[in-house]
Design a protein around this ligand. Structure first.
Ligand code: SF4
Length: 335
């Protein structure tokens, strides 16, 4: 029962003192230029052509983003054959698609909009260049990730070999060590990938690589920003989805660089408060497909339990933007 203020005969409102919590907010975090562009493509297609707009696979790996686009009229499908005949646009996700997908869409005269991130397309083009030069290609990446499926699908079956670890690099048998090249997924751990590349280079000194590394600026910056705060926090929360490669890597980077606990969280409603008591310093970052709104939602949830102060730790500014596909740039602005 609430204590009673004797003098006035009404419940006394205790001024509960909440414990202080310092939140270090890593920057850069959250949306990258490829994700912004992919979401813009779906939204602009909806504005220009009306609903529905079909999207093959999650446009980016974030349920909140996908649900928001669904509410605006996007329909997400796993494969093109789920889309009925007609003139509706179909958007390919930011992770890229095997060549067979646009080929099938063209055969069906579909109106295609490609939201593949230009930095993924760069990897596709490298793989094609190495293949044209007669090289066998080793792709460093995670099996079954849509980006890996898309990159392998740029070339005929068998042309690209997937490896994930240093042990794989140490054991892979190649056709001709003098005709060998590697490419990587864009969202890998920078540190792990260096080790895998070093192992390949030890075994195959002539192996060709990218002119500029394949792990993208956004992945690199978010990992480096976590390293900046990792040794100063008791817990790192990474706002992101369980199927988001770059978000999962941020959890690992935190643990490896001095954070005792590191967790992936999608929404504030998932926070397990009994395990979040007694904190004094918390780090927060967000994967490249997580909207800032979800970061703010989580900070607000902590305000209910702690007296929060937020300090942004900025590693570097980002100012990368990517153009929309020509079809959308040249279309008249929606009314
Ligand atoms: Fe492009 Fe990198 Fe963003 Fe992936 S994480 S969409 S490669 S900028």
């Amino acid at each position: 029962m609430a204590p009673v203020d004797i003098a006035h005969g009404r419940p006394h409102l205790w001024r509960m003192t909440k414990p202080p919590l310092r939140i270090l907010l890593a920057a850069p975090r959250g949306f990258c230029a490829g994700v912004v562009r992919a979401i813009d493509i779906v939204e602009r297609a909806l504005a220009l052509y009306g609903a529905p707009v079909y999207v093959r696979h999650e446009i980016v790996h974030n349920k909140f983003v996908v649900d928001d686009l669904k509410a605006k009229g996007a329909i997400f499908v796993d494969e093109l054959d789920e889309i009925p005949p007609g003139d509706r646009p179909v958007v390919f996700s930011a992770h890229g698609v095997p060549k067979s997908v646009p080929e099938a869409a063209t055969a069906r005269h579909m109106f295609q909009l490609d939201a593949t991130c230009p930095l993924v397309t760069k990897v596709h083009m490298e793989a094609q260049r190495h293949h044209a030069e007669g090289c066998e290609i080793i792709l460093i990446g995670h099996q079954n990730h849509p980006e890996v499926i898309g990159t392998m699908g740029q070339l005929p079956p068998g042309a690209v070999r997937l490896i994930e670890t240093v042990a794989d690099a140490d054991s892979i048998a190649v056709k001709d060590p003098e005709k060998l090249a590697y490419v990587t997924q864009t969202t890998l751990s920078v540190d792990d990938t260096k080790d895998v590349i070093a192992a390949l280079q030890r075994r195959f000194p002539g192996i060709k690589g990218p002119y500029k590394e394949d792990i993208c600026y956004a992945t690199t910056n978010r990992q480096e920003a976590v390293k900046e705060i990792a040794g100063r926090i008791e817990l790192l929360l990474v706002v992101g989805a369980p199927n988001s490669s770059n978000s999962k890597r941020l959890v690992e980077v935190g643990l490896r660089h001095g954070t005792p606990r590191s967790l992936l969280v999608q929404r504030a409603s998932e926070l397990d408060w009994p395990s979040l008591q007694g904190l004094s310093t918390l780090g927060i970052t967000a994967g490249a497909s997580a909207p800032e709104l979800l970061v703010n939602e989580i900070i607000d949830a902590f305000r209910a339990h702690y007296e929060v102060t937020v300090e942004t730790v900025t590693l570097r500014e980002e100012n990368v933007t990517f153009k929309l596909p020509r079809e959308l740039r040249e279309a008249p602005a929606p009314l």
